[in-house]
Design a protein around this ligand. Structure first.
Ligand code: FE2
Length: 167
C-alpha cells in the first residue's frame, strides 16, 4: 500500500527544509556564502551586522552549522565555510536569485526581497525546477512576456493591478 502523505501545519512544513536546515540556518548560510565570495573567511561581527542580529545569536548559530559540518568556527570570530557549506550556500543563493528573478518577471514591484526571503524557505524542489524552466522560457520569449504584460494591464486600466479584484 502506498505510504500516505503526512500532513503538517504550515509552520511544520517550513520549520525544516529538505536539506535538514531550519529557515534561520539557511539564511545564515546564504549570507555567509555571499560574504565569503572572494574571501577566505568571514568575521562574525560582519555576518551579524549584515543579518541585523546580535553577535551572540550569530555565534550560537555558527555552533549549530559547525555541528552540521557546514562551517569551521574558529576563535576570534573567524568563520570558514567547509566544502559542503560552500556547495549548500551556493545552491541557496541560486535559489534566492531564481525566485527573485521569477517575481520580477511576473511584474512584482513591491516587497520583492521580503517575498523572496519568505518563499525560498517553503518552496519544494519540484516547484524550484518548474520556476527555472518558466524563467528560461520567459527570457527566451520576450514577446510572450510582453503579451502577458499587455493582458494584465488591460485587466485594470487605472493601475494595471488586478490583485485586489482577485482577492
Ligand atoms: Fe535569501
Amino acid at each position: 500500500m502506498r505510504k500516505q502523505e503526512q500532513f503538517r501545519t504550515f509552520r511544520g512544513y517550513s520549520l525544516v527544509d529538505a536539506d535538514g536546515l531550519t529557515p534561520g540556518m539557511e539564511d545564515y548560510l546564504e549570507m555567509l556564502y555571499r560574504l565569503a565570495s572572494g574571501n577566505t573567511y568571514v568575521r562574525l561581527v560582519d555576518l551579524a551586522e549584515k543579518l541585523s542580529v546580535q553577535p551572540p545569536s550569530a555565534s550560537r548559530m555558527m555552533q549549530r552549522l559547525s555541528e552540521q559540518g557546514l562551517v569551521e568556527y574558529e576563535r576570534y570570530g573567524i568563520i570558514r565555510l567547509t566544502e559542503a557549506g560552500k556547495q549548500l550556500g551556493d545552491s541557496l543563493l541560486q535559489r534566492h536569485r531564481l525566485i527573485e528573478q521569477f517575481l520580477r518577471l511576473m511584474g512584482v514591484k513591491q516587497n520583492v526581497l521580503k517575498d523572496t526571503e519568505r518563499i525560498e524557505h517553503i518552496i519544494s524542489d519540484e516547484l524550484v525546477c518548474r520556476i527555472k524552466w518558466f524563467v528560461l522560457f520567459a527570457t527566451e520569449h520576450p514577446e510572450w512576456l510582453g503579451d502577458f504584460e499587455d493582458w494584465v494591464s488591460r485587466q485594470s486600466p487605472l493601475t494595471g493591478d488586478s490583485s485586489q479584484e482577485l482577492l
